[in-house]
Design a binder for this molecule. Sequence first.
Ligand code: ACM
Length: 763
Amino acid sequence: MSARFLILCSLILTLFSCAEPQVELLSPSIIPAPQSLQVNPGHFTINEKTTLSNNDDFTASHDYLTTFLERATDRTWKTEYSETNSIILEYDDSISSKEGYSIENNEQNITIKASSDAGAFYAVQSLIQLMPVDLNNITEIHIPAVTIKDEPRFKYRGMHLDVSRHMYDVEFIKKYIDAMAMLKMNNFHWHLTDDQGWRIEIKKYPRLQEIAAYRDSTLLGHYNDTPHQYDSKKYGGYYTQEEVREVIAFAKARHINVIPEIEMPGHAQAAIAAYPELGCTGENAKVAMKWGGVFEDIYCPSEETFTFLENVLDEVVELFPSKYIHIGGDEAPKTQWKSSPIAQQVIKENGLKDEYELQSYFIQRMEKYLNSKGRNIIGWDEILEGGLAPNATVMSWRGLEGAIEAAKAGHDVIMTPTSHAYFDYYQSENDDEPLAIGGFLPLEKVYYFNPIPEELSDEEATHVLGVQGNVWTEYMTTSDQVEYMAFPRMLAMSEVAWSADENKNYDSFINRVEYFHKRLDAMDINYANHLHEIEGKLNSNQEYELSTKTLGKEIRFTTDGYEPDSSSKAYESPIPFTADMTLKAQVFDDDEPLGRLFTQEFLYHKGVGATISINKEPHKSYPGSGAAGLINGIKGSNSRYGDSEWLGFWGEDIEIEIEFETEVELDEIELRFYNAPGQWIYSPERYEIVLKTDFDETVIDRMDVKNNSNSIFEVNHKLFTPKAFTPKYKKMTIKIPNYGIIPDGNQGAGNKAWTFIDEIIIK
Ligand code: ACM
């Protein structure tokens, strides 16, 4: 058995069984991982005589494979049957999943079986991934003998792309769709309209093309930077109906359905800029030039607006064969409706309770219209407010709560929570990452996303159609940047969507991703590469553990402040943390450093090793390292609140109890909060620290705390103690009320704010 095979076999061992092949495996790294893959002895060789036979009308899969083979072998492929040396596409009605398939690949033939073209198409994708990436200058293609049986876990496997904040040409949209097809994804959610630009040609309304498609200027830098600066350049464009048709046809040939999103009733500022009569104020709005805040402009629920939207949807429905049309529904501020006589009249006439029921009325009316055209709506989870439209599918983004409520009410749901599916969030804690909206969503967190909430019964869980990665493009000015943010996280999401839960194994995945880099290189995809970075974590013995995920590498480290080189100490066991320390570490492949330098500062303060509890559990999506992580001597990232240190609480008042092992004298207490209003995170406006001796209490009560920070808010309390007597404290309690409801005019207005807290530094 070759050494190379041993390595490759061990990579996949956790997932698949391995038998010894007679040739080297070329590329066993199929993503998403199939349900079962067995490697057999031998291989199939594609040579100048190999034929392709299509025993059913598997059109898309046959055409896709023919095009691929013609490019790879530089010859024409006629479809003809032969007993041996053939790639055979065969109908098999015993394959119950319409998207399922089998591949039996031996010395004689490659036989693909499926009960539909979609299944055969996914078999073709797996087959291509069994071939070497670089097919240039080779006359014979060796494909390892394998038996694969495969079918998807979820029927909805989506990727979203926002083309309003930034727009990308049709060639790029096709490239994105092609990558989705490779990963067996089947729904492209095209976010076509928003405040910053309307991007689909609607022939009946030319001002959408003339006015709504362009903004005068664009925000430079981050929304949190002050003062805001602009580039003073006109920006925009739109996809013509011809181009839209071209994209839909391209996607269809890859078994991808294209779901258009036409936002309503909020995120409508661009449309209102073109047709002010659609708004409630009669004022001339402009196409939005910045992001981060929620814009007050909203469609007024007048008959004129409904006619406009119905006419727009008529053209949309004509173009898009999708059963689903996405009508947005998120972040619709109600301020203008509150003071609009038209909106108030609609509320009165229809016996509605308030503006939330008006939003529900609006959505239900549009649903009825689309249902009458044989289509169903998808809306973001805000469409639950004021009552869910009867046939709506909910796309849950603010968490999983919306999905749980909707599924329990018998509605289908698609899971896209910010915590696991927002690929506009940072994917690394490195400070030199390209500017992004915020947050932290590393590859592993995407990979381990569990789309079935525990709160759902088996029956309710059948309403979870699947998952989707979202790419909001405020900070992605180029398609290169979209690729950087989407890859490799799209690979992880494809495995969440397709692969069986029991087959999930991040170590296996990450090594397949390392191999997959070559494939992405060949496709000229500008993926992010954080594979050789080091992860660290403190264990319960106050020792620090280092790890790296790719196989066959070594970690070397120092604690003296110098950068490690190939002669530095190799990491073999956890490193004790008993004093302040700076740890530097690097991955090496023999003598060659890979990835980037890992640095961790340790602060050995008086809280380290104390007992801690919090009256509330942190939110499931932001558990940090639990309560103990607040006094573990490690500060959370200055820019990534989703890391392993920050604890997030949504709308809850929290109370933290710390008990020291022995009584301690205290000089100083530092609290650290995260503050990012653009992401609904607010540091508290008041808090209270109670220090307890055996006899009495000292209370530090801070009200009206002014916060001028953009990200981290640190507050420091020096304790002045009388000279004659130094109290020794046994316990302390920190009470932190939540900021409350997010005020109007801010991102997430009307929602509960998040509190993020990290290291409590006790000196
Ligand atoms: C959303 O991210 N506003 C759906």
